[in-house]
Write a protein that binds this ligand. Structure first.
Ligand SMILES: [Mg+2]
Length: 229
């Protein structure tokens, strides 16, 4: 059985800037100043680390970890409305068909591997009805490093499916160099997909992904690359 760990933003979903809008709205509400996320790269980073950078940039004093706990609730409250109000949210090409096919295979296990907090991740993919595909995952709540998130995803998957997933049978599927590097750091196979807009196809090749696709629309080719033909 193969374990397939999917990133969310840019890999499965396009949320048309809803994440940034929710983040900014919550930040102003709690701290009364702008988060200045426009100066930051959000792609491939964890929610707490994005918050820490904003906290420092906007000149707030005191420990950011404590402030993050307060911010977290406001962000998660703002997120559903920001997603619902977005005009152009969609799943990336091929995602719906691929997940549907993988879900029906007895030799494939699906997990999430994302810098989102779990509650935010569930809201995001819940917008598209995808939660049923992903019983477990690794999330950005507690870890800052992508490799630790992958380790969490594997640990939870092994508990859920009651079997071990050797690195050679475990794939990370993501749209950023961070996904590829995080997967490689734990010795996993990596599939890059250049749908996120933050990195080009060539960047993902250069990062050392085992295989790179421009999008996931060729289901048969993706299944073959994953060794599931
Ligand atoms: Mg991503």
């Amino acid at each position: 059985m193969k374990l397939l760990i999917f990133d969310i933003d840019g890999t499965l979903t396009h949320l048309d800037g809803a994440t940034r809008r929710a983040f900014d709205a919550a930040y102003v509400r709690i701290f009364g100043v702008h988060a200045m996320t426009e100066t930051l790269r959000l792609h491939g980073r964890t929610d707490p680390l994005i918050f820490r950078d904003c906290y420092e940039l906007s000149g707030l004093s005191g420990g950011w970890e404590k402030a993050f706990v307060i911010f977290r609730d406001a962000y998660l409250t703002a997120l559903p409305g920001c997603i619902a109000a977005s005009q152009h949210t969609h799943l990336h090409p091929g995602v719906a068909g691929l997940l549907n096919m993988l879900h029906r295979r007895p030799d494939a296990a699906l997990a999430l591997g994302t810098g989102n907090m779990e509650a935010g991740a569930r809201l995001k993919i819940g917008h598209f009805g995808l939660n049923r595909y992903f019983p477990v995952g690794g999330f950005g709540d507690h870890h800052h490093q992508r490799a630790d998130i992958m380790r969490d995803a594997i640990r939870h998957a092994e508990a859920h499916w009651r079997q071990t997933f050797p690195p050679a049978d475990t794939w990370v599927i993501g749209d950023t160099v961070h996904d590829i590097e995080g997967g490689k750091a734990v010795g996993l196979r990596t599939l890059g997909v250049a749908t996120g807009g933050a990195f080009f196809y060539e960047d993902l090749v250069k990062a050392g992904a085992d295989v790179v696709f421009r999008d996931l629309s060729d289901t048969a080719a993706v299944m073959k690359a994953l060794g599931l033909n």
